[in-house]
Design a protein around this ligand. Structure first.
Ligand code: DOR
Ligand code: ZN
Length: 344
C-alpha cells in the first residue's frame, strides 16, 4: 500500500481569484500547490481587454509567495476590440478565451447572448492556435437546470466545432456522463473535472424545498450515474481530462439557502488532497499525476513542471472557514476528514 506519493507539481486549469482581499486569499491557497493556474476572467468588471488582463495577472503574481504563473483568458462578449484581442493572444497576455453564455453563472451578464456574434473571435483563436475554454450550459426558460450541459453540447458546441474544426476546446467542469462521452468521441476537445462533481449528487444540494448553498455551483451537480462516469474519466481513462477545481469563493453572507444564492464552491484549501482521496477510493492513486500534472500541459502545449510535491497518507480535518481580513468563506468539505495531505 502507498503511504505517500511524489508527483510532478500540479497545475489548476480553472480557478476564480476574484479581486482585492479575496484575490490575495485565493492566491495564497492556490499558489501553495500549483505552478500555474488559469485565472478565470469573470471578475466584477470582466477581463475583456489586454490591459485588464495584465493588471489582473500582476495582482496575482504580487500576492503569490512562490514561483507561480497565472494564465488569464479573455472574457468573450459581443463587442471586443478585435486588434487588442489578436495582439493580446499573440503576446500571450491572454491565455485563449473563455465563453460564458449570458446569465449562466456568476458575473456572466456581459457574456455571450448568441454564439454567431463571437464567430469573428473564434476565427482568430483558431488562426492563432489559442484555446477556447467553455462554460458549457445553455440557459433558457424551457430548459431544465439539469439539462443545460446536454443542450449546450447539442445546440451550440456542435455548431462551434463544425465551423472551427481546428479550434482547441476545453469543456470546463464537465458534469454529465453525456459530456464525458462527447469529449471522448470527438477530436480537439478535452475537459476539466472538479472534485465536487465527483463527490456530490443533486441530493446534496436540493432537499426539503431548500438548497445547501455551500454545495450549490454551476453547473449543478447531477446524478449518481454522472458522478460514476466522471470518476472513471478522471481516474482511469483520463487522457482527455485534467485537473480544474473551479474553486469559486463567495463571502459566507452571499450564501443563502435558496436559488438567490451565489453559485460556487471553495475547494482551494484542500483540492489536491480531495483529488488524492478520490483517486485512492478508485484504486487509482498512481494515475493522479497524469491527471493533475501532465494531461493539461500536454493539451495546451506547455512544458511539464520540473518540481515535485509530496502527499502523505495522514488524516486531517478540513477547517470550517477560510478567513482573511474581513473575508469569511466556507470551505468545501469543511469539518470532514481527508486521508491525504501535502507535506513540504
Ligand atoms: O459555480 C460556479 N461559480 N460556477 C462558475 O462557473 C462560476 C463560479 C463563480 O465565479 O462563482
Ligand atoms: Zn468556474
Amino acid at each position: 500500500m502507498n503511504n505517500h506519493i511524489e508527483i510532478t507539481q500540479p497545475d489548476d486549469w480553472h480557478v476564480h481569484f476574484r479581486e482585492g482581499d479575496m484575490l490575495e486569499m485565493v492566491t495564497n491557497f492556490s499558489s501553495r500547490i500549483n505552478k500555474r493556474c488559469v485565472a478565470m476572467p469573470n471578475t466584477q468588471i470582466p477581463i475583456t481587454d489586454s490591459n485588464k488582463a495584465s493588471i489582473y495577472k500582476e495582482q496575482i503574481i504580487k500576492a503569490s509567495k512562490n514561483d507561480f504563473e497565472p494564465l488569464v483568458p479573455c472574457y468573450l462578449k459581443d463587442n471586443l476590440d478585435l486588434d487588442d484581442f489578436r495582439i493580446g493572444l499573440q503576446k500571450k497576455i491572454f491565455f485563449g478565451s473563455k465563453l460564458y453564455p449570458t446569465n449562466a453563472t456568476t458575473n456572466s451578464k456581459h457574456g455571450v447572448s448568441d454564439i454567431s456574434k463571437i464567430f469573428k473571435y473564434l476565427e482568430i483563436l483558431e488562426e492563432e492556435n489559442s484555446p477556447l475554454l467553455i462554460h458549457g450550459e445553455k440557459v433558457a426558460d424551457n430548459i431544465d437546470i439539469f439539462d443545460r450541459e446536454k443542450f449546450f453540447i447539442d445546440d451550440e458546441l456542435n455548431i462551434i466545432r463544425s465551423k472551427f474544426p481546428l479550434l482547441k476546446i476545453v469543456l470546463e467542469h464537465v458534469s454529465t456522463s453525456y459530456g464525458v462521452k462527447y469529449i471522448k468521441d470527438n477530436t480537439n476537445i478535452a475537459g476539466t473535472i472538479t472534485p465536487h462533481h465527483m463527490l456530490l449528487t443533486k441530493k446534496d444540494v436540493f432537499f426539503d424545498q431548500k438548497i445547501n448553498p455551500h454545495h450549490f455551483c454551476m453547473p449543478v451537480v447531477k446524478n449518481e450515474t454522472d458522478l460514476i462516469e466522471l470518476r472513471k474519466a478522471a481516474c482511469h481513462d483520463n487522457s482527455k481530462f485534467f485537473l480544474g477545481t473551479d474553486s469559486a469563493p463567495h463571502h459566507i453572507d452571499e450564501k443563502k439557502p435558496d436559488m438567490s444564492s451565489k453559485p460556487g464552491i471553495f475547494s482551494a484549501p484542500c483540492s489536491i488532497e480531495l483529488y488524492a482521496e478520490i483517486f485512492d477510493q478508485e484504486n487509482a492513486i498512481n494515475n493522479l499525476e497524469i491527471f493533475s500534472s501532465i494531461n493539461g500541459a500536454r493539451f495546451y502545449n506547455l512544458p511539464i513542471n520540473n518540481s515535485k510535491i509530496k502527499l502523505e497518507k495522514t488524516e486531517w480535518i478540513v477547517p470550517e472557514l477560510s478567513s482573511y481580513k474581513d473575508i469569511k468563506v466556507k470551505n468545501f468539505y469543511s469539518n470532514k476528514k481527508i486521508n491525504w495531505k501535502v507535506v513540504n
